[in-house]
Design a protein around this ligand. Structure first.
Ligand code: DQA
Length: 150
């Protein structure tokens, strides 16, 4: 079965506890359950992960890139958290292996602090979803499914 990766960056393990007024009350495990249901609906096998470490996220993007090249994956839904705003290395991993990537942010980063307006990932992402809450992950999975059918 074709795999879809949903990768989460730093502090997303704190979902449900961290700033619920901004990020909501759902936990990352709730999000993983919803993603699993949507992935199944779209005919994908879900690989859902979270890491607080930049290098680990980069390794996972490389892994996804190899799977995409082998026809075993359609790509990545990525909420890189704060690394979005700082990581040239993560952007290079995505572009270096041409990994189809949907960048997701739960909050509307453009309505927040100025440092969150800058994303190193948007220019190399296939699409960007911001401010739709955790539904953005579901939309990201649908977007990769739709992209595959084109
Ligand atoms: C976030 C937005 C980022 O600015 C922040 O650092 C996060 C979460 C979001 O999902 O809204 O950790 O990516």
């Amino acid at each position: 079965m074709t795999k879809i990766y949903v990768l989460n960056g730093p502090n997303l393990n704190l979902l449900g506890v961290r700033d619920p007024a901004i990020y909501g009350s759902e936990t990352l495990s709730d999000v993983a359950d919803r993603c699993a249901a949507v992935a199944t609906e779209c005919g994908f096998e879900l690989d859902f992960r979270q890491s607080n470490h930049e290098g680990e996220l980069i390794d996972w993007v490389h892994e996804a890139g190899r799977e995409v090249a082998d026809g075993k994956s359609v790509g990545v839904v990525l909420n890189a958290g704060a690394y979005t705003h700082t990581s040239v290395a993560l952007a290079d991993a995505i572009s270096g292996l041409s990994v189809p990537t949907i960048e997701v942010h739960i909050s509307n980063v453009h309505a927040r602090e100025a440092f969150r307006h800058q994303s190193y990932l948007s220019a190399v992402a296939s699409g960007v979803i911001v401010g739709l809450g955790t539904y953005g992950y579901e939309a990201g999975i649908h977007a990769l499914a739709h992209r595959e059918k084109r």
